[in-house]
Design a protein around this ligand. Structure first.
Ligand code: GCV
Length: 834
């Protein structure tokens, strides 16, 4: 329905509170996520009567989960009267039950599901190598049934590919979560473990359903307080809450603890008193929590203390901790994220990407068997796109785990739909060609390639109290992590389909649309943020969210892209650059050493190239930068249309939860697009051959408007506003920017680009010829206390009837620290209100 200019009464001051997706409204932690067990539209293919052979709480819990799932799926309230049954137990228990029957020999987390026909009845057996194996079998059966699979003749045998399947939470004792975008901690508040740990148990259930076996609950930064006796006592309750799901507690530790909280004069890991301190501390932990999983360590990194203070190596520190943990079967995950963040950006040889390999490769073989080196997937830091860390190929005598990030720190912070599984899959499948042999990362981290008993996949999750990850579709990433840790041979597509069927709908059309959106979302995000291996071109010293291209330059953090007026990219070659390429095996290095053979999507990570360099697809670097940003923003806009096509076919609650998020994303993708294209246009001086970059004929800039109360200011960084300027209001009653419409008569969408700041809810009203048409509140929860690309936001009024000479005004009323800042108004072809 058009928003006809004379039919606006009902829309006037329609404060669009619903536009915000601030989490509080949606706050709930018991969301079943992918464990909804929606009723099937066909009869269940397995019995609903469940018999459990053992008494172990994990096994009993598995039986309860199975009963609950089967009843929900079948739409029944009590088991069916048939005498067929599902029998659960460990291999040992099955053997005791029928000593003459063949029982499989299983690894602890392995399970077998098989049918047995007895006289008169059929029995489906779920046999686990341990109670947890039984639980995993239960979840596997339910996963298949939930997707609509016919299990009436099913036979499954599975075991996890990796021993370490951990989630890391970067939760602080005060209840905040570092790089978390879903509210407060599930675990902590005000310096203590929370009283209500039901959400923790619900989280453990979700994690167990995909095979996750431990949660490290505290931030790798500022970890010392967690080893205080009082906190350890409180943590017992957390371990208790997770244990019935076979999920164990782990902790991040600060290697300086012997000194900072232990009262010793030193934390030198080779000092006997320090070793004794760790031994006693670890014994105390196990006395409280006998199945404690182990420690994660961040040391000598980003201000965290480490063994380097005493001239010791990471192996010295890791082994001191590992020796204390070994008698209790605990492990140390020592992070390879060790680097100097005071690099000299003027030094052409300085390169943060080199750090992990330079430090850890020489230590290969020097770690105790219960040490696992935990390496981020790429050599920098969870960028939208990076090459694989060469360290995976550089440790052949050391156990390894790969760290990935579910919490979308550099990838849209859950305000953008970015399904990361395709990126992870690319890393898992990447063949590092160690010793000239096929060595995909997935086989290295599962321990297969170099015959290690330990190996793993660890995800930094950032799950919080606001609806787990805040955005319902972001949960596909948590699911995908668990599935890959269980089986890295799965594909991103398979996982997207599995997740959608269980979480949203089994309707094949819905599944195909949602899976398509998921699968396109990461490439789209790369396209509109940092293509060609430039990394996420964001404010790297602050929010890590909106565009800020120079934030990575001329500082010690080493996330440089080295753009200048002639070219862009970082020469990391052996021949002329930092030599980083030489950290890969010769087969891989050969590809990356030459710009001609480096895949386009990583070109600028490895090479500094002129803007005029021709890529493999024939476009120049600069033209690709322009085109990919327009392409990515168009794809983000298409997600809105895709989602609209699902209306009525998915639950309304989900539909209306996601719609404003996707609309916001489409608007923010334009902010990214415009920031990067106008930045590179100015820097390179080379025009976009399609004429788009820097040309906005439909746009009316606020700084050119007739202003009442508003004042013009320079946005910082300049590229975050159209033409670098915007207007801001400090008049409490409000300010107005007035434009004259000079185009043709018709129905149009009016896009208003404004800045939605924290600490205040500014109000905006669009006024046509003196008549208020629509109002909205700037009430989204976005980073940055000043107007910039973090909070530049688009509001669209649909199908507005315009005539030549119409007077369009935007009125902004500031509130608190939000000055109702305005960038521009754009007149676009009319489309109906979603
Ligand atoms: C926990 C990045 C993040 C930090 C994080 C660090 C890490 O630098 O921005 O917040 O600190 O990675 O992984 O240790």
């Amino acid at each position: 329905m058009p928003l006809h200019r004379f039919a606006f009464a009902a829309a006037v001051v329609a404060a669009l509170a619903g536009m915000s997706f601030s989490p509080s409204a949606a706050a709930q932690t018991a969301d079943p996520a992918w464990l909804r067990y929606a009723p099937l539209d066909h009869p269940l293919s397995v019995p609903t009567r469940v018999v459990v052979l053992g008494q172990d709480p994990v096994e009993r819990n598995g039986a309860a989960e199975l009963e609950r799932g089967l009843l929900a799926l079948s739409g029944r309230t009590t088991p069916d009267p048939s005498s067929d049954s599902i029998v659960l137990g460990t291999a040992q228990q099955f053997h005791a039950r029928k000593p003459k029957a063949a029982t499989p020999s299983l690894e602890p987390d392995e399970f077998v599901i098989s049918w047995h026909s007895l006289p008169m009845v059929r029995e489906l057996d779920i046999v686990g190598g341990s109670p947890r194996g039984v639980l995993y079998g239960v979840f596997a059966l339910l996963r298949n049934l939930s997707q609509g699979a016919d299990m009436s003749h099913a036979s499954l045998r599975e075991h996890p590919a990796m021993a370490i399947r951990w989630v890391d939470q970067w939760d602080n004792a005060d209840g905040s979560i570092e790089r978390g975008y879903a509210g407060r901690s599930l675990f902590f508040e005000g310096g203590h473990v929370r009283q209500d740990l039901a959400p923790v148990a619900a989280y453990a259930r979700l994690l167990a359903s995909v095979g996750v076996n431990a949660v490290n609950v505290n931030n790798v930064n500022n970890a010392a307080p967690f080893l205080q006796p009082q906190m350890l006592h409180e943590l017992v309750r957390v371990a208790d809450a997770m244990r019935p799901w076979g999920v164990h507690l782990a902790l991040s530790v600060d290697v300086a603890s012997p000194k900072s909280i232990g009262g010793l004069a030193t934390y030198d890991p080779l000092d006997p008193a320090v070793k004794a301190w760790w031994n006693a501390k670890v014994d105390a932990i196990y006395a409280l929590i006998p199945d404690f999983a182990g420690f994660t360590v961040k040391a000598d990194s980003e201000g965290q203390p480490g063994p380097a203070s005493y001239g010791r190596t990471p192996a010295d520190a890791a082994n001191t901790l590992a020796a204390a943990l070994a008698p209790h079967h605990g492990v140390v995950l020592y992070r390879a994220f060790v680097y100097n963040h005071h690099l000299d950006w003027r030094d052409p040889k300085a390169d943060r990407a080199r750090a992990a390999y330079d430090i850890f490769h020489p230590l290969d073989g020097k770690f105790l068997p219960n040490v696992i080196i935990q390496t981020k997937e790429g050599p920098i830091d969870f960028q939208a796109q990076e090459p694989v860390s060469p360290l995976f190929g550089g440790l052949t005598r050391t156990s390894q785990a790969m760290e990935i990030q579910v919490t979308q720190e550099y990838t849209g912070q859950q305000r953008h739909l970015v399904y990361l599984a395709p990126m992870w899959k690319w890393v898992l499948d990447f063949d590092l060609r160690v010793g000239g042999a096929h060595t995909p990362v997935r086989q290295i981290i599962s321990g297969q390639s170099f015959h290690r008993t330990l190996g793993g996949l660890v995800a930094v999750a950032g799950v919080g109290r606001d609806h787990w990850l805040n955005s319902p579709l972001a949960m596909a990433n948590l699911y995908a992590f668990g599935r890959f840790a269980w089986d890295p041979n799965l594909t991103a597509e398979q996982i997207a389909v599995e997740w959608t069927r269980q979480t949203i709908s089994r309707d094949p059309d819905v599944v195909s649309i949602v899976a398509k959106m998921l699968l396109q979302s990461w490439p789209a995000y790369v396209d509109y943020t940092g293509p060609l291996g430039m990394q996420t071109l964001t404010d790297i010293t602050g929010s890590h969210y909106g565009p800020n291209i120079e934030a990575s330059e001329r500082n010690g953090w080493g996330q440089w892209h080295k753009a200048d007026h002639l070219g862009v990219g970082f020469d990391r070659t052996v021949a002329t650059g930092t030599g980083f390429v030489g950290q890969y095996s010769p087969d891989v290095a050969k590809i990356y050493e030459s710009a001609a053979t480096t895949p386009d999507n990583l070109l600028l990570f490895f090479h500094h190239m002129p803007y005029t360099w021709k890529l493999h697809d024939g476009q120049t670097v600069i033209q690709y930068i322009y085109s990919s940003h327009y392409q990515g923003a168009a794809e983000a806009a298409q997600f809105v249309n895709d989602w609209i096509s699902l209306k009525g076919r998915i639950p309304d609650e989900l539909y209306y939860n996601m719609l404003p998020r996707l609309e916001y994303q489409a608007g923010h993708a334009i902010v990214w697009r415009d920031a990067i294209t106008q930045y590179f246009l100015k820097l390179s001086g080379i025009p976009d051959e399609t004429g788009r970059a820097g040309h906005f004929p439909r746009r009316m800039e606020a700084e050119d408007a007739r202003l009442a109360g508003y004042t013009v200011f320079d946005v910082n960084p300049w590229e975050d506003a159209s033409r670098g300027k915007a207007v801001t209001c400090s008049v409490p009653s409000g300010c107005t920017a007035q434009f004259t419409y000079t185009g043709r008569e018709g129905l149009y969408n009016l896009a208003i680009q404004y800045f939605d700041l924290q600490d205040g809810v500014a109000k905006f009203t669009l006024i046509v010829n003196g008549q208020p048409l629509v109002s909205w509140a700037a009430n989204n929860d976005l980073p940055s206390p000043r107007p910039d690309g973090d909070n530049s936001t688009r509001y669209t009024a649909h199908q507005v009837e315009l005539h030549t000479g119409d007077i369009l005004s935007v009125q902004g009323v500031p509130d608190g620290h939000d000055p109702a800042a305005l960038d521009y108004l754009e007149v676009l072809p009319g489309t109906p209100q979603p």
